[in-house]
Design a protein. Structure first.
Length: 190
């Protein structure tokens, strides 16, 4: 736009159409118009060249970075817990989230159908490394199977990103209706 204004205001000067005319020695009155035109054309060419180089430049990927991403998938759920006790709370909320329809609402009765105590070991990616029974409710073998199924269905657990691997113990309080509460989030007993 600036160059067009320069040309339109100087009707008495010649407009340079051939860049070689500047070298050939035009009059001083027409030289600035030719220089402006030549500079404008040169800048347009340079701008086009630099845009082409940026578009054609290949992106370099380091094989180490892509290998790291392939080996360790990014977990969808994470826990910011810094102690096993804090992680136990996050894991209990996670299990409740998957079993909302099976959680006993309110206080539990004084006599429960079954109580099970399980120790979990959770890897850094949230997968269960192992779970061991510390106390099985032997009088209710169906509860043992149901607790194991519930644990497997809730996998992957929140990834303990600050702890790496975490080992914690949870107590399952089982009502005769088939509903349960975890000791971490229990509402207590009547």
């Amino acid at each position: 736009m600036f160059f067009a204004r320069q040309f339109s205001h100087r009707s008495d000067q010649q407009v340079c159409t051939n860049p070689n005319e500047v070298v050939a020695g035009l009059s001083l009155a027409s030289a600035p118009a030719c220089l402006y035109f030549t500079m404008a054309v040169g800048l347009c060419i340079l701008a086009g060249c630099s845009a082409t180089k940026q578009a054609n430049t290949p992106k370099l990927e380091t094989p180490v970075a892509s290998a790291v991403l392939e080996d360790k998938p990014i977990p969808t759920r994470v826990s910011l817990a810094r102690t096993p006790k804090e992680y136990r709370h996050d894991a209990a909320h996670h299990i409740y989230g998957f079993n909302q329809h099976r959680i006993h609402q309110g206080k539990l009765p004084p006599l429960l159908y079954a109580i099970g105590v399980v120790t979990f070991e959770v890897r850094e990616d949230g997968k269960i490394q192992s779970f061991d029974w510390m106390r099985k409710p032997k009088q209710a073998p169906e509860v043992i199977q149901e607790i194991e199924r519930t644990i497997k269905a809730a996998e992957p657990f929140p990834a303990p990103i600050h702890l790496g691997r975490v080992r914690y113990t949870e107590t399952w309080l089982w009502h005769k209706s088939g509903k349960f509460q975890l000791d971490t989030l229990t509402e207590g007993q009547i």
